[in-house]
Design a protein around this ligand. Structure first.
Ligand code: UN1
Length: 495
């Protein structure tokens, strides 16, 4: 097999070693004997160089006309599309999710990139009449400067693209620190950007550990905005750190997303939705379905059907097209999942199916666990409240829609929610009253599209949205411009 490829940091258009002289191995979570690559274990000095490069590049990039920026971004999209299969294969090897899903991840990056390329010819502001004669008013978007991105491992290319493409089209420059577990996808993404004509220094990548690189990425005065996707706990620290300098920060954090199943739901569809929502990406999505509540009358039938179908799911190496669910991303995530299975039992949940680490044969080479379902979950249990980020779902009951909505909202998070019902009144009432950033009717809690705003309420976010044109509001600031061509002093509110 030969020795694994060594990947470098991208700083100012050059592939460079870390000043630390240290590297780390990126291991396939489905097969620990497979080293995906060797990556730089960067330090504070590397971050400083990358931020300096981004600051320098910003001077020119912000002045490139947005349609021209869009043309480069369009070429990047086309190249991602061309290389989709290869990029997706590497992503499955480093992250573990099944190949159909990594193709989806790459596709999400392609969609976002094309979308933002088009924004280059829009980036609309408004013109509006002035209240004074012979005066003209308009708003324009201006970039912020250097952006620091701390990106997660569960969507190794989609989420970096959600952050990068709106930032680039608005004229900002970037330093990305990818999750330690999935640097290859970000390095590949950056390589495509560079090869398709993004000028040196506009997008830089520094790999390594968040505990070492986080502070220098946030505290450097040249950085104007930090965008982060990950846990609420880390998000809180980022928010506090940025507050001192009034640095913008855009946070996309935890979820405890609910699927509500009414008595009148299409049962097969509701089960399909629950399986995909709970066990897709091995439950490692912030939009994953991790609570399901059924109306009393259909609880038993639903749970029987869900567990029957969950037992049919094939767990294994995601490169095998016949596999439905891959491994957890690493040992620590597997340990967390196993500990929550124990917590759920201790709290009085009824184990319906799964619940075990998978062992024997190829399973011993990775971090595999069974898709797991608990019944009889109630609001006092930890699996009701806490995000697990694994293939564990709890199912509980409700009496009527009012109680379902009350239960849905009984969570510190507010990302996504779903209702399965044939009744339009129920659907619209829940859509109005469940306090989340994303809501689905007769579709699972996962599956957001790139031209719709993405983000959540309460402890899921800090008021911003990613994707869609909402992302442009994160990566630009409004400038209100007044042009007086009257030749005289005109005083608003006075004259
Ligand atoms: C995430 O889990 O952080 O809506 C993002 C979805 C995907 C994105 C999830 N398109 O589930």
């Amino acid at each position: 097999m030969g020795s694994p490829k060594v990947y470098k940091n991208l700083i100012n258009g050059e592939w460079v070693d870390s000043k630390s002289g240290k590297t780390y191995e990126n291991i396939n979570p489905a097969d620990n004997s497979d080293v995906v690559g060797v990556f730089q274990k960067s330090n504070e000095e590397d971050v400083k160089e990358a931020i300096d490069a981004a600051s320098e590049a910003y001077k020119k990039w912000r002045l490139v006309p947005a349609p021209k920026r869009g043309e480069i971004i369009y070429r990047i999209a086309a190249r991602l599309e061309k290389d989709k299969e290869e990029l997706s294969q590497v992503m499955t090897r480093e992250m573990g999710k099944i190949i159909a899903e990594t193709r989806g991840d790459t596709q999400e990056a392609i969609d976002m990139t094309y979308y933002m390329a088009g924004e280059g010819r829009r980036l609309f502001g408004v013109t509006t009449p002035s209240e004074m004669p012979n005066k003209f008013n308009m708003t324009v978007r201006q970039p912020l400067g250097v952006c620091s991105f701390i990106t997660p491992w569960n969507f190794p290319m989609a989420i970096p693209s959600w952050k990068s493409m709106p930032a680039l089209i608005c004229g900002n420059t970037i330093v990305i620190k990818p999750a330690t577990e999935t640097p290859a996808s970000v390095v590949n993404f950056a390589r495509v950007c560079l090869e398709e004509g993004l000028p040196p220094g506009v997008l830089n990548v520094v790999t390594g550990s968040g505990s070492v690189l986080g502070e220098p990425l946030m505290k450097n005065k040249a950085v104007k905005i930090v965008s982060f996707t990950g846990s609420t706990e880390v998000g809180r620290t980022i928010s506090e750190t940025c507050a001192t300098d009034f640095k913008h920060c855009c946070l996309e954090m935890g979820g405890k997303n609910i699927q509500i199943v009414m008595d009148d739901a299409n049962m097969e569809l509701a089960v399909d939705g629950a399986l995909w929502g709970s066990f897709g990406t091995t439950g490692q999505r912030c939009t994953a379905t991790s609570r399901i509540i059924c109306q009393d009358g259909i609880y038993n039938e639903f749970i029987q059907e869900l567990s029957r179908r969950a037992k049919e799911l094939k767990v294994g190496n995601g490169l095998d097209e016949s596999v439905h669910m891959g491994p957890c991303v690493n040992q620590s995530q597997l340990d967390t999942v196993l500990s929550y299975i124990q917590i759920a039992k201790d709290d009085g949940g009824t184990l319906i199916s799964g619940g075990e680490k998978l062992t024997g044969g190829d399973y011993d080479k990775g971090f595999f666990v069974q898709p797991t379902i608990f019944g009889d979950i109630t609001q006092d249990m930890r699996i009701w409240r806490e995000e697990i980020f694994g293939p564990v779902v709890g199912v509980g009951k409700f009496k009527d829609l009012n109680q379902a909505i009350e239960k849905a909202n009984d969570t510190p998070y507010g990302l996504s929610a779903a209702i399965f019902t044939q009744d339009v009144n129920n659907a619209f009432t829940a859509m109005r009253d469940v306090y989340t950033g994303i809501f689905y009717v007769n579709a699972p809690t996962i599956g957001a599209e790139t031209h719709m705003p993405f983000g959540g309420t309460k402890e899921t976010g800090n008021g911003h949205r990613e994707a869609a044109t909402a992302a442009l509001d994160v990566f630009s600031e409004w400038k209100s411009c007044y042009v007086d061509f009257s030749g005289a002093l005109q005083r608003p509110q006075i004259d």
